[in-house]
Design a protein around this ligand. Sequence first.
Ligand SMILES: Nc1ncnc2c1ncn2[C@@H]1O[C@H](COP(=O)(O)OP(=O)(O)OP(=O)(O)O)[C@@H](O)[C@H]1O
Ligand SMILES: [Mg+2]
Length: 268
Amino acid sequence: MTNDLYYANGTEVQLFEWAFQQQMPVMLTGPTGCGKTRFVEHMGQLLGRPVVTISCHDDLTSSDLVGRFLVSGGDVVWNDGPLTRAVKSGALCYLDEVVEARHDSLAILHSLTDHRRTLFLDRADEVVTAPEPFMLVCSYNPAYRSSLKELKPSFRQRFVTIAMNYLPPEREADVLVAEAAVDRAVAQRLVNCATTIRNADEVFHFEPPSTRVLVAAARLIAAGASELEAAHACILAPLSSDGAITEGLREIAAANLLASDGSHVQSP
Ligand SMILES: Nc1ncnc2c1ncn2[C@@H]1O[C@H](COP(=O)(O)OP(=O)(O)OP(=O)(O)O)[C@@H](O)[C@H]1O
Ligand SMILES: [Mg+2]
């Protein structure tokens, strides 16, 4: 099922539009599964611009971004990389998890993210100035605690930053109903379960369950799973790297969700 409805969580749509008007790059921050990718796709549609997504990783080189010479039929020809193509076509270029890329690979973005709006393709001996609608959007998850990586201040301070987070409970339940076609009562119980875990985050020391895992659980329930089964598989097990579900989490789920016989077990 594909669905690209986006539920706004504040003034982010307006902020993004202003940045687009002013040709300023945007940095989205927020926990995994809170809607960053969905938001960029939505803004692409709203602004009538294609979105070119590049997933960053620590092997990503500046050549992977801008392009390289390739041998083709005995000739050596320059091939634009995805960033160059996005600049030339005036797309929204989305660099996902930008914190994963090495600093030297990101240096190429400096001239593109200030008043110059220019990409220097030194090897191809070409200078590309971004057309008006081109926009660079980056994202990263600052709470990802196992990551020791940090973006440089000289990079961060080039962007309009939009700090995203999970929707308020009522809106998050709207997302589950829209995405998975579950009853509102089911959606609300799933959201309550997640909210309890999120509020106990200090105790658990892991990244809390996201809207994404709630949508996944809701989809299993729509397919026939019980609420508890779906929550164990989609919400609780992914919280720890080994899939272990602690007693505390089990109790939270049991207190909020229905078992396969429709019963509601109250925790002590
Ligand atoms: N505001 C929202 N409106 C509609 N759906 C949402 C929203 N937020 C989250 N979702 C749902 O959660 C899913 C995950 O969202 P998305 O992929 O945008 O997260 P993300 O922030 O990009 O995560 P990651 O950092 O892991 O890439 C979406 O596919 C959608 O089902
Ligand atoms: Mg994403």
